[in-house]
Design a protein around this ligand. Structure first.
Ligand SMILES: [Zn+2]
Length: 292
């Protein structure tokens, strides 16, 4: 309890300090293929930004209308949109769902323009998306679509109905475990141990996914606890990775060894070669939750 109070006090101090240090809150946009991808990859980091007074938007490029074994189409999309709005309430983020079919995403010009508009409208300082190496074609093409938007967000003649960004955001990738043609490189790692319950609360809002669809497609339906009071424990065991040795090394870089040794849960990001290339100082400004 005492620890929790200290953490809240620390966050309140950092909030005032950070908002003073710059004239407006940071605006972070995370872009996933499905209406639970951002939550899985960086729900904890989002919760930390929000606790520090910054603004986070999650975008799902598809409406999730294929993600169920016995439901589908418009009714499923509706159910999943409602789940995202519950996440928005629980995490304090904005959550937009683009109306493109799940399982059928292609990197078209039309969808590239949708993404350019979302990044511009949010006046994003940081954009986070999947890499384009992935088992799921929707994830892969979301990666391509965001890479294709990285330069165009500043070009006035492209999507001229929305004002272009004068400063190119920093583009980052979510962590993944794919190795070919090249493995994920954790350039930034965020300690999410203090907000792990928030992250789990976000995941828990996706009832159709974590308790129905994913256990069905993964053939582990019998592992889902019937008792909802056991759901968070289940999500923690099933959906939260322990930091691997590379991520541990990155945590040491940003937080120092003694704090890094205490960290139980982390989310990591790789810097994309497109968009603004941040210095170490820029990263500390854009990720004010990192240790000194
Ligand atoms: Zn997904």
């Amino acid at each position: 309890m005492k620890k929790r109070f200290l953490w809240i006090a620390m966050m309140a101090f950092t909030l005032v300090f950070n908002l003073k240090a710059q004239d407006r809150p940071l605006q972070i946009i995370m872009i996933g293929a499905h209406p639970d991808d951002c939550d899985i990859k960086s729900g904890g980091t989002a919760a930390l930004f929000v606790a520090m007074g910054h603004k986070v938007k999650f975008v799902s490029v598809t409406n999730g209308d294929a993600g169920h074994q016995s439901e589908g189409g418009g009714m499923l999309a509706k159910r999943r949109i409602a789940e995202t709005q519950e996440v928005a309430r629980r995490l304090g983020v904005a959550y937009d769902v683009l109306d493109n079919h799940d399982g059928e995403l292609l990197p078209t010009l039309e969808i590239r323009l949708q993404i350019i508009r979302k990044i511009r409208e949010w006046k994003a300082d940081v954009v986070i998306a999947p890499r384009s190496n992935d088992y799921h074609p929707d994830h892969r093409y979301t990666g391509v679509l965001v890479q294709d938007a990285a330069f165009m967000v500043g070009v006035p003649n492209v999507a001229p109905d929305v004002e272009p960004l004068r400063k190119n955001p920093v583009f980052l990738y979510f962590q993944d475990n794919f190795k070919k043609p090249n493995p994920f490189q954790p350039d930034i790692a965020v300690d999410i141990t203090p907000v792990i319950d928030k992250k789990l609360a976000g995941l828990d809002a996706h009832q159709s996914q974590f308790y129905e669809w994913l256990p069905w497609i993964g053939n582990y339906e019998s592992e889902v606890p019937k008792d909802p009071s056991k759901h968070k424990e289940y999500l923690l065991a099933k959906r939260v990775q322990q930091p691997n040795p590379e991520v541990r090394k990155t945590l040491e870089k940003w937080y120092g060894k003694s704090r890094a040794d205490q960290i139980k849960y982390a989310e990591a990001f790789e810097i994309c070669e497109y968009g603004s290339q941040p210095t170490e100082q820029d990263i500390r400004r854009l990720f004010p939750m990192l240790g000194k």
